[in-house]
Design a protein around this ligand. Structure first.
Ligand SMILES: NC(=O)c1ccc[n+]([C@@H]2O[C@H](COP(=O)([O-])OP(=O)(O)OC[C@H]3O[C@@H](n4cnc5c(N)ncnc54)[C@H](OP(=O)(O)O)[C@@H]3O)[C@@H](O)[C@H]2O)c1
Length: 283
């Protein structure tokens, strides 16, 4: 296994730079994309480029992202790891509500299996903790689905360190997906815990919704020194932050995808890492 790879749960080998498939939906992550053919082309391009970790969720669209992935890529290459999520419902563009009830999650898993045209989901993540439902009950349902063979491995998303430990009491948690990027680092403690235990850490909003692609100051100075773009340096910083970090930058554009892939080439030295780490506003 090369340095650019990670074994999720000790068994699913993925390239460390993956792809987030939330942006293949319509505006506000609602409904179909304006150009369906381009979205399908992008998904095929992603896999052709060697990416083998695609993140999605039943709530993206809803249903749209999972359906497009299946349409573009089924039958799937053997090494493709599709990570989906359940536990959030949609009411309209930009609207999300959590539902972590076991009976809801059971139905959500059935829906994802059908849309993804598979009988076993590689990685199923609890999208968010429902304040009304103990996390133990939600994860307990995912563990039951794992015993039934519907889920290969279990991840959590949007959790605190305490919630992660509570989840671990119910099942083996192989990944955590929290908001994290160069300038938003409230999850530093969770990431450090993951790094200690070898749990994959999937930072969402790795480019701060694209803002880091247009940043100036230290980021752009370092980018210029590497003949790279600021998006590439922001992703390179994440890759260098810890070996368990698995960024999944999202885009609806093949050009941006190709640019983001170039982050693999950028090697930051100690001084650059320190200067970039100083950009954190969350402390
Ligand atoms: N677990 C959760 O609660 C949660 C929440 C949010 C997201 N996610 C996951 O995390 C993934 C990544 O998050 P994200 O897609 O929202 O945020 P992101 O990767 O930080 O940024 C995506 C945005 O940046 C733009 N962008 C991407 N590459 C660019 C580049 N090289 N230059 C300029 N602009 C660029 C994209 O626009 P273009 O389309 O124009 O390229 C898009 O608007 C999602 O796809 C999803 O799978 C999970």
């Amino acid at each position: 296994m090369s340095a650019g790879h990670f074994l999720i749960g000790g068994e699913l080998e993925v390239r460390r730079l993956g792809f987030g498939a939330m942006r293949v939906c319509g505006p506000g992550v609602w409904g179909p994309p304006a150009d369906r053919a381009s979205a399908l082309q992008l998904l095929r391009h992603v896999v052709k480029s060697g990416v083998n970790l695609i993140d999605t969720a039943d709530a993206y669209g809803p249903d749209v992202s999972e359906e497009l992935i299946a349409e573009a890529l089924y039958p799937y290459p053997k090494d493709l790891v599709i990570a989906t999520k359940g536990g959030l419902t949609r009411q309209g563009p930009g609207q999300w509500l959590s539902d972590g009830r076991p009976e809801y999650l059971r139905k959500a898993i059935e829906g994802s299996l059908r849309r993804l045209r598979t009988d076993c989901i590689d990685l199923y993540q609890l999208h968010a903790v429902d304040d009304e439902v103990p996390i133990e009950d939600s994860i307990g349902e995912l563990a039951a689905a794992q015993r039934r063979g519907e889920i290969r491995s279990i991840g959590v998303s949007n959790v605190t360190a305490v919630q992660l430990v509570q989840a671990q009491a119910e099942a083996t948690i192989v990944t955590v997906q929290n908001k994290y990027n160069l300038t938003t680092r409230k999850s530093d403690e969770v990431l450090d815990y993951c790094a200690e235990l070898g749990i994959g850490f999937i930072p969402w909003f790795p480019l701060d919704t694209g803002r880091l692609a247009t940043a100036d100051g230290v980021l752009s100075l370092i980018a210029r020194a590497h003949d790279a773009t600021t998006a590439q340096v922001a992703l390179a910083w994440l890759l260098a932050r810890a070996p368990v970090v698995l960024p999944i930058p999202g885009t609806s554009s093949i050009a941006h995808f190709d640019e983001n892939e170039g982050a693999n080439r950028v090697e930051l030295n100690k001084e650059e890492m320190q200067a970039l780490s100083g950009l954190d506003q969350a402390r």
